[in-house]
Design a binder for this molecule. Structure first.
Ligand SMILES: Nc1ncnc2c1ncn2[C@@H]1O[C@H](COP(=O)(O)OP(=O)(O)OP(=O)(O)O)[C@@H](O)[C@H]1O
Ligand SMILES: [Mg+2]
Length: 147
């Protein structure tokens, strides 16, 4: 069975914790380990922060779209989408320590963290039209049945 949810919210930094907690509460149905939940919260924070800071450059008129789907086999799929400025060179953006905002104390580790914590990270982006990040993780199910 598939169970899914969607959120949309203004591109304000203060909404980052809202998105992180909402996704964690949804995924909690799969009875994740504490480590798995921490990893999921961290990647949601990273991707949502990127949408707000890079995609919209903190213009709160922008909207961030987050969706999550969970499956009985323990698979979690999360997407974070913005309609902001997009990424010119995705391969370059994925490199550890690459950042276009070193001035804002960014370390360029967001995508590297997402790749370390998730089983699959897909980035689609078009300059001036937006970015979608698709994150997948397979949880080690402790319970045979998830209802
Ligand atoms: N949603 C987005 N829209 C536009 N550009 C993005 C988006 N997400 C990432 N980028 C680009 O990719 C680069 C790398 O992102 P990454 O999250 O790895 O590092 P960072 O955000 O710069 O620093 P950190 O995440 O460590 O604070 C960013 O500096 C930015 O140029
Ligand atoms: Mg980042």
């Amino acid at each position: 069975m598939k169970n899914k949810m969607q959120l949309q919210f203004s591109a304000l930094s203060r909404n980052e914790s809202f998105a992180r907690v909402a996704v964690a509460a949804f995924v909690a149905q799969l009875d994740p380990t504490l480590d798995e939940l921490t990893e999921i919260k961290t990647v949601v924070s990273e991707a949502v922060t990127n949408a707000i800071i890079h995609g919209y450059e903190e213009n709160p008129d922008g909207m961030v779209y987050v969706s999550a789907a969970i499956y009985d086999d323990g698979t979690v799929e999360i997407t974070v989408r913005d309609e902001g400025k997009g990424i010119a060179d995705i391969e370059e953006a994925r490199q550890p320590l690459f950042t276009t905002k070193p001035d804002l104390e960014r370390s360029g580790m967001g995508f590297t963290i997402m790749e370390n914590f998730m089983d699959d990270v897909e980035i689609k982006s078009q300059p001036e039209s937006g970015t979608i990040i698709r994150l997948k993780k397979h949880l080690a199910l402790k319970n045979a049945l998830c209802n």
